[in-house]
Design a protein around this ligand. Structure first.
Ligand SMILES: C[C@@]1(CC(=O)O)C2=NC(=C\c3[nH]c(c(CCC(=O)O)c3CC(=O)O)Cc3[nH]c(c(CC(=O)O)c3CCC(=O)O)/C=C3\N/C(=C\2)[C@@H](CCC(=O)O)[C@]3(C)CC(=O)O)/[C@H]1CCC(=O)O
Ligand SMILES: NC(=O)c1ccc[n+]([C@@H]2O[C@H](COP(=O)([O-])OP(=O)(O)OC[C@H]3O[C@@H](n4cnc5c(N)ncnc54)[C@H](O)[C@@H]3O)[C@@H](O)[C@H]2O)c1
Length: 214
């Protein structure tokens, strides 16, 4: 059966990570970048995780895992390096909790793709555990085509969408035209084309406000 890809909003949600080695570190860094409230349960942690704890960026419970550690967790990641402990985590999680088991893609209810962000553009590559290395390689190949200039371009796209969909009352044809123009190669590659489209939107808003004032 196919998996179902989603993008989670986890800012402010509690994430419990079991283990403090290099795999846990990678998961923790990404969870923090997404604004999660991270709790680490592990008798020892690597230097980077210890530093995050010292900086107050996460809570570290220096102990072995117990099922009660999962209370209140929205998302759970088991990277204990011990398959029995990871299995215990998988079975202790409630059905509504998101649980990832680092040594078995099918034991939890999700696995983590190789990903990259360019501002609001997010690209994820997954292989269902068939080859995490291939996932990373494909992600890196895609990254070559989507450089850091996309970060700014995504801001432009968001501005255009906000004005077109939420601020102006355009016909659906005109809406579609503007949104397609914004996503065209021309706007992708040329600042002049972007400024022209924004100016066009500005003119449309002037026309709308003068129509309202009549
Ligand atoms: C994409 C990435 C995201 C991330 O972890 O953030 C990720 N693995 C990455 C790297 C990586 N993983 C491994 C190596 C060492 C080389 C090797 O052995 O192959 C490296 C390379 C490295 O570490 O540099 C080995 C490995 N991985 C898993 C097992 C267990 C098993 O399959 O049984 C073993 C064997 C362990 C062993 O035997 O030692 C399992 C999983 N790894 C997954 C994701 C999930 C499936 C993703 C998918 O296929 O879609 C899944 C199922 C669970 C999960 O969700 O974590 C991340 C890219 C990093 C990046 O972004 O640069
Ligand atoms: N998903 C991936 O990307 C990926 C990549 C490589 C390896 N792995 C798998 O991930 C696991 C972790 O790898 P690692 O290199 O970080 O291992 P590691 O041995 O460096 O770290 C394991 C951590 O878990 C802690 N721990 C051990 N028993 C515990 C318990 N009962 N309760 C709480 N914490 C406990 C240890 O103190 C340590 O901090 C391994 O099972 C490995 O097969 C996954």
């Amino acid at each position: 059966m196919d998996t179902y890809p989603i993008t989670l909003h986890i800012s402010g949600k509690t994430a419990v990570v079991i283990g403090g080695g290099s795999v846990a570190r990678r998961k923790i860094q990404r969870l923090l970048k997404s604004g999660a409230v991270v709790k680490v349960v592990s008798p020892d942690v690597c230097r980077e995780v210890y530093e995050l704890h010292e900086q107050g960026q996460l809570e570290w419970q220096q102990k072995l895992f117990e099922p009660a550690d999962l209370d209140g967790a929205f998302i759970i990641m088991a990277a204990s390096g011990n398959s029995e402990v990871n299995e215990l985590v998988a079975s202790a999680a409630a059905p509504h909790q998101l649980v990832n088991i680092a040594d078995d893609p099918h034991a939890g209810n999700f696995h983590v793709p190789a990903s990259l962000n360019r501002g609001k553009l997010s690209i994820s590559v997954a292989t269902e555990g068939a080859s995490p290395i291939l996932a990373r390689k494909v992600r890196d190949e895609i990254a070559d085509h989507f450089g850091h200039e996309f970060t700014e371009y995504m801001e432009f796209l968001e501005t255009v969408r906000k004005k077109t969909v939420h601020e102006l009352s355009l016909s659906s044809d005109l809406k579609k035209y503007v949104l397609e123009q914004a996503a065209s190669n021309e706007c992708r590659n040329s600042e002049v084309a972007r400024q022209s489209l924004l100016f066009y939107l500005h003119l449309l808003s002037l026309v709308e406000s003068s129509a309202h004032s009549v």
